[in-house]
Design a binder for this molecule. Structure first.
Ligand code: GDD
Ligand code: MG
Length: 357
């Protein structure tokens, strides 16, 4: 079985993080998110993966190579200009040999892919869509279906108040090759706005596979932090130990200022007077100075936090320096290698960091 992972988006809602790192390589508890996705595919016995990429593909290629280190086959198809979610699938047609999974590259979920495959075989449609129920469906694709699961409407991002259902497209499809006949080649096509509605209009059967799984789209900073909280507290099952975890956690054991859950990579230094946690991830080589406080935050690699600094509900990319006594307020997102001046007080939701020249 094959899987296509759509990883061509620019990750605009995660800027400035995605100026230096493409969205699929943004780390979830210190491991690139796409690596977590490939682990999930591997666990479902899917070894043949096609990455439809476009934005900053080199970072992805450098990390995964041909996939042999993961015992997988990874094929890259790079778009010169974005082809959209269906155009990207059509663009890899020559590599597709049979029924195939399609995964939006920014979804963290506990979905059982094998159970979905089973359901798809039983239903026998041209495609099966994973759905979940949400309180606010407006930012997503709404999918209307009958009791047998047969889809009658697909409405992408309806205006608030006009959502036909609270069951939404959760971004995992299992499709038959035949669906490729509905996508014109070499042009930008949206599977949500064009292909699915056209397939339904043509009388072809799409089925809904609604589950109660853990599910989150990582596309925005609040969700990125929520995902970390959920992984650290075990709500989202991922290979992370509860409490204190990570290669750098031994050095923190017994530290009076560390409040679990905290995940620390190797070579992390936390001053004896600092307070770290709960729900903090420290990437490799981070250092936390005297009396500094870091809570509910994700720090990538080599982040240096000066004496007396305060950081809450923030995301700090690799190489960030926070000067002594600086205050990084809730919702702040700080891009690669930015220095926060000593004593600076950031506005809540601050974005620091600019596009590379
Ligand atoms: N290769 C390629 N080319 N990939 C693309 C392109 C493209 O032109 N455009 C988007 N993608 C990838 C993104 O990288 C992402 O992994 C996925 O396709 C979905 O794009 P998003 O930009 O994240 O879409 P969304 O989150 O607004 O909406 C989609 O996901 C929702 C669930 O999170 C839709 O599929 C909705 O229907 C769905 O509910
Ligand atoms: Mg998304």
């Amino acid at each position: 079985m094959q899987a296509i992972v759509l990883v061509g988006g620019e990750g605009t809602r995660l800027r400035p993080l995605t100026y230096g790192t493409p969205k699929p390589m943004v780390p979830i508890v210190n491991v690139p998110f796409l690596a977590r996705t490939l682990e999930r595919l591997y666990a479902a016995e899917i070894r043949d993966v096609i990455l439809a990429a476009g934005y900053m593909p080199q970072a992805i290629v450098d990390y995964f190579g041909d996939g042999s280190q993961l015992d997988m086959k990874v094929t890259y198809v790079i778009e010169e200009t974005p082809l959209g979610t269906a155009g990207a699938i059509k663009n890899v047609e020559e590599h597709i040999t049979g029924p195939f999974f399609v995964l939006n590259g920014d979804i963290l979920t506990s979905l059982d892919l094998r159970a979905m495959r089973q359901y798809h075989h039983e239903k026998g449609g041209i495609g099966t869509l994973h759905l979940i129920r949400v309180d606010d469906p407006s930012p997503f694709g709404c999918v209307v279906h009958d009791e047998a699961g047969r889809v009658s409407r697909f409405v992408e991002k309806p205006p608030k108040g006009e959502e036909p259902t609270n069951e939404i497209n959760a971004g995992t499809y299992l499709l038959e090759r035949e669906i490729l006949d509905y996508i014109p080649p070499n042009k930008n096509v949206s599977i949500e706005r064009e292909t699915f509605p056209q397939v339904i209009a043509a009388g072809k059967a799409l089925y809904a596979h609604t589950t109660g799984d853990y599910w989150l789209d990582l596309g925005r900073p609040e969700q990125y932090l929520a995902a970390h909280r959920d992984v650290l507290n075990g709500t989202m099952p991922l290979a992370v130990e509860p409490g204190l975890s990570g290669d750098g956690s031994e050095a923190l054991r017994g530290h009076p200022g560390v409040i679990a859950p905290v995940h620390a990579a190797a070579d992390v230094v936390v001053d004896a007077s600092a307070k770290v946690g709960p729900n903090v991830v420290l990437g490799r080589g981070c250092s936390i100075g005297t009396n500094a406080v870091v809570r509910e935050s994700v720090l990538w690699e080599r982040v240096s936090v000066g004496a007396g600094a305060f950081i809450e509900e923030a995301i700090l990319a690799s190489g960030v320096t926070v000067g002594p006594k600086a205050h990084v307020s809730k919702g702040s997102v700080i891009g690669h290698d930015v220095s926060v001046e000593p004593g600076a007080v950031l506005e809540p939701g601050a974005r620091l960091g600019s596009a590379p020249p």
